[in-house]
Design a protein around this ligand. Structure first.
Ligand code: FUB
Ligand code: ZN
Length: 683
């Protein structure tokens, strides 16, 4: 197994106000340089390696078969034509990308050989000029969806979306193995795309450059990866060109999927100011804009991105970090249009939200972007996959009645989907999560996402080993052993999430505010002694000389918090959400012996809640909470719902009890001596 490394190249600043030359490039420690040593992420990584990756590869049979049929058809050994499908290849590429990440963590000759065989097949199917899209190659396109010729219906064909995912897979496989078999196919395709779209190729579009941005973004961010791994600026130039022609050279003028907003083609991207349209497309677009700015060292999109981000977090994001509330367009609706039961919030969109916000953090050094990335990871994104790693949500509502098949026809999780974009997306994100834990500049180390892990970072002053222990997100106690090679001075920057900063907001943006106060402040000790710290951009900064064996103890209080939504969100009026740390909780029918829609919470009851860790069963190790209300309301983290029984009612927002006065009976029931609460920690 080769462990090729990559950092985030040349990340400069997005915001003009941050163009201070003293600001330094922030580099993320790549996930394969962070070892998970226990806690929350260890289970998730194990289920990825042991279950999700092999399980997903098995579900690629239909996609692989199309390549086989196409190859046989081209060689004349069969007349059978491959199934007509616009983007099933992209699902396969995403699975390969995740499988490649898994190879960086664990050798698996079988998976490697499967990917190698696929590369042989893909090379046979790819046209000599680099074009790669099965149905046009085999001459059986569905013209309504794909156009009658290559690149004649770029707005919906997904030709460039598919190859974007191919580039990401190829880069990952090269990084994992050093093999260029997929990368060669990707590079050949990218050069072909450049010729056809920006130079003109006699075999396509009558020789005129197509010069139109694809309807589904993806190739832009993938070209950035291709640039980073090859160093060839052609790909970065292409990414920028695709961004800059969006909404300029072509603008659909219809409705629904042909509306100008649907694929963010209503205005040049640098002039866009609000989130719009299909949420996965939007998320990939914003990610690419942040990356292109960073890689070119320009701020062409900074104003747009900052405004779009503000608009997102203050008007159009669910408390779970979910994007794209409106089912009919899989996208954004009007301001504050955030329904619960009907919410769409596709898993892919939550993953895109993570990519977007990680990019914004690297560009700015501002922790508020990490608050949103973390929110999305621990809530909407992780809800997209069950704890065992083999069942999925495409759609992530905040309420279910147990009867409506909200999840593409299912009332619960599905084994896979006809259109399976989501399962491999969440899978590849989980595998990369250790890469969201640490970042650094020449003279500072950022702790960006807490969890038991180990890494080593080379600063200007030398190598620093870090060994972190934490049960985060179930506990805010974090211990970090710092081992510089020799005594050296640098800053350690510990992220203090918005939910712990005493401002009363659960996350930035002001949509979700706490009903109760945080209580204790955040405390930091170095070698057992409290230290004073200053907060800069959401980080507690400890600047000092460090010695081998120094120990930092961070204590972020995580009381049970009750949250109210902005009253302009109609669906959440007169209701309360419960959060602990970054986790959003939900009530599920199987814990509450009743349809959860019948429950009502005492909005003043936060001081009389009880918590315990579930032991055994699918939710082993998950922390539950019991809150007083019309009855004792048991709640579990949202990401863990639908792991026990399907067709359950569930709700994040619990109706408020009209009379919030706590009765003697409530208090008695919630006394630590109450027999029904035995073994729980009660406040
Ligand atoms: O169109 C490709 C993917 O399929 C989109 O990103 C998802 O929303 C689903 O429609
Ligand atoms: Zn999806």
């Amino acid at each position: 197994m080769k462990r090729l490394l990559w950092g985030t190249a040349a990340i400069l600043l997005l915001s003009p106000s941050c163009s201070n030359s003293e600001k330094q490039e922030i580099i993320q420690v790549p996930f394969n340089e962070v070892t998970i040593t226990g806690g929350f992420w260890q289970c998730r990584m194990n289920s990825e390696l042991e279950t999700t990756v092999p399980f997903s590869l098995k579900h690629c049979d239909a996609a692989i078969k199309r390549f086989e049929q196409c190859a046989d058809f081209l060689s004349g050994s069969s007349t059978e034509l491959p199934e007509t499908h616009r983007f099933i290849s992209s699902d396969l590429y995403k699975v390969i990308e995740g499988a490649a990440y898994s190879l960086m963590l664990k050798d698996d000759p079988e998976t490697e050989s499967l990917i190698d065989s696929f590369a042989v097949l893909a090379a046979k199917v790819q046209r000599p000029d680099g074009y790669l899209y099965i149905n046009h190659i085999c001459g059986n396109p569905n013209p309504d969806e794909m156009g009658d010729k290559p690149y004649s219906w770029v707005v919906h064909s997904h030709e460039l979306y598919n190859v974007g995912h191919l580039y990401e897979a190829a880069v990952a496989y090269y990084q994992a193995t050093g093999k260029t078999n997929l990368l060669d196919i990707a590079v050949k395709n990218a050069r072909h795309v450049n010729k056809v779209f920006f130079e003109g190729d006699p075999n396509y579009n009558g020789g005129k450059p197509v010069n139109q941005a694809p309807g589904h973004e993806e190739i832009e961010l993938a070209l950035c990866k291709l640039y980073k791994v090859t160093g060839d600026t052609l790909y970065l130039d292409m990414a920028k060109k695709f961004l800059d022609i969006r909404g300029v050279t072509y603008r659909p003028e219809g409705e629904g999927v042909m509306s100008p907003e649907y694929a963010q083609q209503h205005a040049p991207v640098a002039l866009q100011r609000e989130v719009a349209g299909h949420s996965v497309r939007a998320g990939y677009l914003y990610t690419a804009m942040a990356q292109v700015d960073a890689l070119t060292g320009r701020s062409d999109y900074a104003e747009a991105l900052n405004s779009i981000w503000d608009n997102l977090v203050s008007t159009r994001m669910h408390i779970t970090g979910g994007l794209g509330a409106v089912r009919s367009v899989e996208g954004f609706g009007a301001k504050y249009e955030l329904p619960n039961k009907e919410a769409y919030d596709e898993t892919c969109a939550a993953v895109a939200n993570v990519f977007f916000n990680e990019g914004m953090f690297l560009a700015s050094g501002d922790a508020r972007f990490l608050d949103i990335a973390e929110l999305s990871i621990f809530n909407n994104a992780l809800a997209g996959i069950n704890l065992a790693g083999d069942r999925f949500f495409y759609v992530n509502p905040l309420e279910a009645d147990g009867q409506w098949g909200f999840n593409h026809g299912k009332t619960g999780r599905a084994e896979w989907f006809g259109c399976a974009c989501c399962p491999p997306n969440i899978s590849r994100m989980i595998l990369q999560t250790p890469g969201y834990m640490y970042a650094y500049t020449d003279d500072a180390i950022y702790l960006t996402l807490y969890g038991s892990s180990r890494t080593a970072i080379t600063l200007d002053c030398g190598k620093v080993e870090l060994n972190q222990t934490s049960d985060y997100p179930f506990s805010g106690e974090v211990t970090v052993d710092v081992n510089p090679g020799a005594g050296s001075r640098f800053s350690l920057k510990l992220r203090i999430p918005t939910w712990a900063d005493g401002t009363g907001n659960f996350i930035p943006g002001g949509l979700y505010t706490f009903r109760n106060r945080a209580g204790e402040p955040v405390r930091i000790k170095v070698n057992g002694k409290n230290v004073r710290y200053r907060i800069v951009d959401g980080f507690a900064v400890i600047d000092r000389y460090w010695d081998a064996g120094d120990r930092v103890e961070l204590s972020i209080p995580m009381p049970v918090r009750y949250v109210a939504a902005d009253s302009r969100i109609e669906a959440d009026r007169n209701a309360t959400a419960v959060t602990i740390g970054p986790l959003v909780y939900c009530a599920e029918e199987c814990d509450n012996a009743d349809r959860v829609q019948n429950l009502a919470i005492n909005t003043e009851g936060w001081g009389t809640t009880c918590m315990s860790t579930i032991s055994g069963g699918p939710l082993d190790g998950v922390r539950k909470v019991i809150c007083p209300g019309s009855r004792d309301i048991t709640m579990i983290p949202y990401y863990a719902w639908d792991n026990r029984e399907d067709s359950q009612s569930m709700t994040v927002w619990v109706k408020n009890l009209p009379d919030t006065t706590r009765t003697e009976k409530d208090l008695e029931r919630f006394s630590p001596n109450s027999p029904s609460l035995k073994g729980m920690i009660c406040l």
